[in-house]
Design a protein around this ligand. Structure first.
Ligand code: MN
Length: 279
């Protein structure tokens, strides 16, 4: 199932013939949470409400504004250099590392991005500090579906709700990386969530990003240093994972700068493609 959030917080299923079946009425079945709100995303924690939902209308994909498939992630976890070739390019380019320690992921650990940085493709990326280098990083994004702590790698994929494309936008510079990666719109999730049953092996997916029609990054998740199961196991040995938590698995080689006016097109095998503007 491809689950999209679109327009004014509507929810639907994307079909192969490029239309969305609007199932927004099903959201009325979600538990009514009151303050204090839970750490999880209410829809991701209750995706089964969509199974027998009534379609109220069918809309062409070209006519909708796609939002982040996760409305309220409790945390955005992100793997730093998790592809060997990106580690090599980061070490070689002072414009990327700025004298910061660049270490392989086993030493660097997983970092967090502000949840307020999340947008969907229709919202675009709005650069701040345009006097500095702002880079795209295309990544496989994993959305957690089941609460868990100390999850074994062998069981980890059963904790996944689904997958989408993640853009981990980054200002290069000397500050701590979570600061430089957390401005509003610096985490793009989209174009929709593909449920885990459709992607039995997240470790064999082609991903790419083109800027103004030129391919910048092209790789396969088989080259991840720590794969999805190992990342989930490691993250959950430090903190509880909740439905709707997002794990950005790291970016491959080919990161590069974007400027206002650029158009990015990112794609992920078995998921699809998303186009967005930089302003
Ligand atoms: Mn990244």
């Amino acid at each position: 199932m491809k689950i999209a959030r679109f327009d004014n917080n509507r929810v639907g299923i994307v079909r192969d013939d490029d239309v969305i079946q609007d199932l927004t009425g099903a959201l009325a079945q979600l538990p009514a949470h009151r303050y204090p709100f839970p750490h999880h995303d209410a829809l991701i924690a209750n995706l089964e409400i969509l199974n027998n939902a009534t379609t109220t209308r069918v809309v062409p994909l070209t006519r909708v504004e796609l939002l982040s498939p996760v409305a309220n992630p409790g945390k955005i976890m992100a793997a730093p250099v998790n592809y060997t070739k990106h580690l090599e390019e980061a070490l070689a380019d002072k414009g990327i590392h700025h004298g910061n320690l660049v270490a392989e992921i086993h030493k660097a650990g997983i970092f967090l991005k502000a949840t307020s940085s999340v947008v969907g493709p229709s919202e675009g990326v709005h650069l701040v500090h345009t006097d500095r280098r702002n880079d795209h990083e295309v990544e496989l994004a994993v959305v957690i579906g089941t609460k868990g702590r100390n999850i074994a790698a062998a069981e980890a994929l059963s904790y996944v709700a689904g997958y989408c494309i993640g853009l981990d936008m980054t200002i290069r510079g000397t500050e701590d990386r979570s600061f430089r990666k957390s401005p509003d719109s610096y985490t793009v999730l989209g174009p929709w969530l593909v449920t885990a049953d459709e992607i039995p092996d997240p470790g064999a997916l082609e991903l790419s990003i083109a800027v103004n029609g030129r391919v910048r990054q092209q790789a396969n998740t088989k080259d991840l240093i720590l794969g999805v199961p190992e990342l989930i196991a490691w993250a959950s040995s430090f903190y509880t994972l909740h439905p709707g938590d997002v794990l950005l698995t790291g970016t491959p080689q080919g990161v590069g700068p974007v400027r206002p006016g650029d158009v990015m097109v990112a794609s992920l095998e078995r998921v699809g493609e998303m186009r967005l503007l930089v302003s």
